[in-house]
Structure formats: C-alpha cells, structure tokens
Design a binder for this molecule. Structure first.
Ligand code: URA
Length: 239
C-alpha cells in the first residue's frame, strides 16, 4: 500500500496532500527511518509507520461500541437532531463509519458503529438470527403468560408473524423485564408489547450476540471493540 493511502485511511483528518508535507517536514518514519516520499510502498501488516514518533497501528476496519443516549438518531446525517456519528471521539473517527442497525431516538444503549459493510450485513441479516437483548420498563406489570407467548411467536400487526423471542420478567420489579429478539423490525419491541395491551416506557439495548454493553460505559461513551472480540457480535445461542 502507498504510504499516503495508508496514512489517510487511518487518520481521516490527514489528506494525501498533507502526507506529502509531513514527509517534507520529516515527521513520518517507516521502520525508524525518515520517509522521504509519500508515494513509497509499505507493508501495512509488517512495517512500523510513525507520525512524530507515535506508531500508527493498522486496522483495516474499526468496530465501536456506543452507549447511545436518548435524543440522538442512528443516522450518518440529520438536519435536525444530533447523530450517533457526532459522538465518536476524534481518535476513533474515520471515513465510511455508519451505525450498523437502528435504535429509535428515544431508545438507549448498544449501537455498533463500523466501517465494515460486509460485517454489518451479516450482523443485521435476519437469516443470521443474531440475538439482541433489550431491557424494558413497562407501563403495566408483566404477566406470566408473556413467557410462552413470546417463546412461541405470535401474529404481528401487519398480517405476518413475530419470530420466537425470549422473555424474562424481573423478580424485583413487576414492570421490568428483558426481551431477546433475533430480528430487528421497525419499533419491534414497542409494537410487540402494544399488541399484548401493554406499553414500553423505557427501552435500552444491552447486548448484541454474545457481547454485552460495557456497564462502565457512560451514556454517550464509546469504546473500540478489539478485533479478537468482534466475532462475539455474531455469536448467538439459539432461542
Ligand atoms: N424495538 C423498538 O421498539 N425500538 C428500538 O429502538 C429497538 C427495538
């Protein structure tokens, strides 16, 4: 890969033209030696590239766990509301980031932000049955019949069927529960409970696949998911 392409793919605020200037100023090194030309070729997997002495570790793609607050939209651009991309800190920003899947504006919790389209497709595709778990606070106490209703699946509100889901009522609070789904249809949790005559008052996604939202991550906070852990987002127990 050319050095200028390497740098601009890893540091979105640095253009290829900037890389030329950095070379002229002697700020870039490859394996400890000053990089003279921005068009030189490097091996992104084995060469050590540094800017001002700080090594730039190559990542083909990036995967970010965001704890989305209420009031923020899962979009790359929005004329009115703040988007999830505006919450990404500068050191994790790069071109092509997007939210893999949507939470409603008033839903909180785990959103994956990535620049890996193939991965996002696998995670979101209904055929992959990736489990997503939601913490739900209901208007009215949950009923013991919910467990079977959800585990069997039931007719939806548009002539089809909701797939089987796992319902776990809280033993501490009669209005709190967890619901695990393997599909992600528009307003799905709210619509499912509405059909049971109840109402979702608060909704937070707490896990995707086998990866839980880090409980220490503050609302609006982000952390990079290490490559060795990324496949946990695709791994699911079957319902
Ligand atoms: N179900 C909903 O109703 N809303 C969400 O944001 C996610 C799942």
């Amino acid at each position: 890969m050319r050095l200028d392409r390497f740098i601009s793919s890893q540091l979105p605020d640095v253009s290829r033209r900037d890389v030329k200037k950095l070379c002229l100023k002697g700020r870039l090194t490859v394996n400890g030696k000053r990089a003279a030309r921005s068009d030189m070729h490097i091996d992104e997997h084995s060469d050590s590239v540094a800017l001002d002495g700080t090594e730039i570790i190559y990542r083909e793609h990036i995967y970010i766990m965001l704890n989305k607050p209420q009031g923020v939209v899962c979009a790359t651009r929005d004329g009115l509301s703040k988007t999830v991309l505006e919450l990404i800190p500068p050191e994790l920003r790069r071109r092509g980031l997007f939210p893999a899947g949507r939470l409603d504006k008033d839903t909180e919790g785990f959103v994956l932000i990535t620049d890996d389209g193939d991965f996002a497709h696998r995670m979101l595709s209904p055929s992959h049955h990736v489990e997503k778990t939601y913490f739900v606070r209901l208007r009215d106490p949950w009923e013991s019949s919910y467990t079977n209703t959800f585990s069997e699946g039931f007719d939806d509100d548009e002539g089809g069927r909701w797939r089987a889901a796992r319902f776990e009522g809280s033993q501490n609070d009669p209005c709190e529960c967890l619901l695990t789904l393997t599909e992600g249809r528009y307003h799905q949790v709210k619509r499912m409970f509405a059909q049971l005559g109840n109402k979702v008052e608060f909704l937070k996604r707490i896990s995707i696949g086998e990866m839980e939202l880090d409980p220490t991550l503050p609302s609006g906070g982000c952390l990079e998911i290490l490559h060795k852990d990324v496949d946990k987002l695709l791994a699911s127990k079957t319902l």
